[in-house]
Design a protein around this ligand. Sequence first.
Ligand code: AMP
Ligand code: ZN
Length: 474
Amino acid sequence: MENKFKIFNSLHREVETIIPNEDGKIAMYTCGPTVYHFAHIGNLRSYIMEDVLVKSLRFVGYDVKRVMNITDVGHLSSDADTGEDKMVKGAKREHKTVMEIAKFYTDAFFADCKDLNIADPDVVEPATNCIPEFIHMVEALLEKGYAYQAGGNVYFDTSKLDDYYVFSSATEKEQLQVGVRDDVAEDTNKKNKSDFVLWFTKSKFEDQALKWDSPWGVGYPGWHIECSCISMKHLGEYMDIHCGGIDNMFPHHTNEIAQSEAYLGHKWCNYWFHVHHLNDQSGKMSKSKGDFLTVSLLKEKGYNPLVYRMFCLQSHYRKPLMFSYDVLDNMTSAYEKLVKKIAEIKEEGTVDEAAYKEYRGKFEECLCNDVNTSTAITVIYDLLKADMSGATKLKLIDEFDQVLSLDLLKAAKELGEGKNVDAELESYINEKIAERKAAKKAKDFATADAIREELLTKGIAIKDTREGTTWELV
Ligand code: AMP
Ligand code: ZN
């Protein structure tokens, strides 16, 4: 098939047309979540944009196979192989076993994905399922002279590679080579600063709940080895696209490439797709900060998770994105207005083939242009104003929403089924909410509760959020 889909390839720092290894097929791998805590909406920004990438590739005709791991062992609190295993940390925090923690947060992750209309990957594999594969790869790396044993651990020897810092510019490489990471206590077993652990037997060993027999003693795998092995297990020796958040680029993806290509003896993955961070007032949203936002929290506050999805799609994946409730409020009204406009489309006429082709082409062009989701959404606004039959408009929106996954037609249908509100009802509700607010201020909670009940008997459920009282028809 004709290849015209372009993405920014972090490997060459350029927008490139994807040429798959096998015509019409894309082998794709995504680094999955570390399941020691809830995913925050920053993590989920990465998964939303990766979901749109897969759906866009399918939209233009590729047969995509997407594999994702679940990190349930080996990811230490510092990326430089020091600190505690994050899973052990989670288990201690909640007085549970590591496997209980892994199960709970894996389920929670997929529940969040469902709320955000993120499709399940074709294959999901937890790291703890693949210990024999990890051991096999470490053995092969030792045999080929790319790895060494020291202090009980097995390390990858980065000095054996011509170019270890594959994602970095010449200046960055220099800085990385001389630079000492301030935050990291040096591991004296390492021959080179940039070497990394393939298999642990010593470090923090007493704390480690999950451990397996290996030729180097009882221990557990390093974090990076799992992605190399799990991807090869399901996608073979050649991969087209590897995805992850931008923070995974170094050291995680750099190490994945080092060990995979040393093991295979040839180039492994051709395109690297990195999603930039969601930030809040204090910088990058991260699990270790503790005060991160989750999908459940957004729902509790009365937000539709798909409004968060739309917020992500309105920005390009290669730009940092700043989260605030104000922006989410604006996005809520933008989403509602869009749905209202779609609900007003009359299902009439026949599909106008020329207009259909023209607009589908425009939408495809946006996707092929480095997954430009915000201009893709603009195509919907354009077609709403365009002179074409209702049938054409509805067909186009239906197809575009297979990629955007904003439930646009579903929401419009619900609005059309009387779950919408006329001006009279709206002013009645607002009046009642104001009355209730006054009652609450006067500490007359009986009246406040009675108003809530009265509204509920009319099918209106209200919710108190930080931004005020919201309501929905139930
Ligand atoms: P983790 O569960 O920590 O292994 O991270 C899961 C995914 O979320 C990885 O691809 C990370 O690169 C990505 N990620 C982490 N923090 C953010 C953030 N603030 N914004 C976007 N993606 C992120
Ligand atoms: Zn990975």
